[in-house]
Write a protein that binds this ligand. Structure first.
Ligand SMILES: Nc1ncnc2c1ncn2[C@@H]1O[C@H](COP(=O)(O)OP(=O)(O)OP(=O)(O)O)[C@@H](O)[C@H]1O
Length: 258
């Protein structure tokens, strides 16, 4: 199974040091939740894994190969990416848009093979967008667009899937559906990394949580060890009610500590 080794990763954006030495060894077969307050560095970590930002120190290796030495195409075949809040500019049909997920696998000027078409159909089915296949992607609602973009990432059928806030804009039913889907991808062998703000969803579905605070790894472990009252107070500045329903942990922010 795929292994992603992050070692003493440091990233600066402009003159601002954003990540200050992140260490984590992540393996396929797990859904990893990256959590932390706004501006903590979660998206920057995701983008560094994809080599979309240049580290100022440390390394990220995919199965032993430093990602900074991999070609853009090789990274795109191995790591699928659902960026945060992406806007669309071209009036493609949903089917064509999801099909863009197969581009990293195609030789220049070649057509989709039957295997590509099957991957696109599987991805649309998984993300529950098959009924939107012939719609203009520019005319979708926010939640529909979010699921279509997830389908495009799924169509890559990569070893690693990074989803940055995949629940934003989704209704409660589709939130559950997307978390089930991400967990299923992970349990089928992929390494799935999701940036999440919903701590209840993170606790329920993620096998492991990385809590980022001010560019540092404040905690790394299962939900019980990471989502403690003391850490939530320190990192988010909130007192949270935690309880359990049907064996699922609930974390409800109740009030600010200051
Ligand atoms: N191009 C840039 N130049 C300078 N600073 C930047 C740049 N892009 C982001 N930052 C800063 O880097 C820090 C981390 O940003 P990042 O987007 O990784 O946070 P995040 O944890 O994903 O936040 P959110 O939950 O709000 O999406 C923030 O303080 C942000 O203002």
């Amino acid at each position: 199974m795929v292994t992603l080794s992050i070692s003493d990763l440091r990233v600066a954006l402009g003159k601002r040091a954003v990540l200050h030495g992140i260490d984590a060894e992540l393996k396929g077969g797990q859904l990893i939740g990256i959590i932390g307050p706004n501006g903590a560095g979660k998206s920057t970590l995701a983008r560094a894994i994809l080599h979309l930002v240049e580290p100022t120190g440390g390394s990220i290796a995919l199965d032993g190969t430093d990602v900074t030495t991999m070609s853009r195409d090789a990274i795109a075949r191995r790591i699928a990416y659902l960026p945060q809040g992406q806007t669309l500019h071209w009036p493609l049909t949903v089917e064509r848009l999801v099909g863009l997920g197969r581009l990293p696998h195609l030789a220049p000027f070649s057509r989709l093979t039957p295997a590509d078409t099957q991957a696109i159909e599987r991805a649309m089915e998984c993300a529950d967008v098959t009924m939107l296949a012939h719609r203009n992607a520019l005319e979708l609602s926010g939640g529909e667009r979010a699921r279509v973009l997830l389908a495009r990432a799924l169509a890559v059928e990569a070893d690693v899937l990074i989803a940055d806030e995949p629940l934003a804009a989704l209704d409660p039913g589709h939130q559950l559906q997307v978390m089930e889907l991400l967990a299923a991808q992970a349990h089928a062998g992929a390494l799935v990394i999701a940036v999440l703000h919903d701590l209840t969803m993170a606790a329920r579905y993620c096998d492991r949580l990385l809590l980022i605070d001010q560019g540092q790894l404040a905690a790394d472990g299962d939900a019980d060890s990471v989502l403690t009252g003391a850490l939530l107070e320190r990192v988010y500045g909130v007192r949270a009610w935690t309880g359990s329903v049907n064996g699922h942990r609930l974390i409800v922010p109740m009030d600010l500590t200051v």
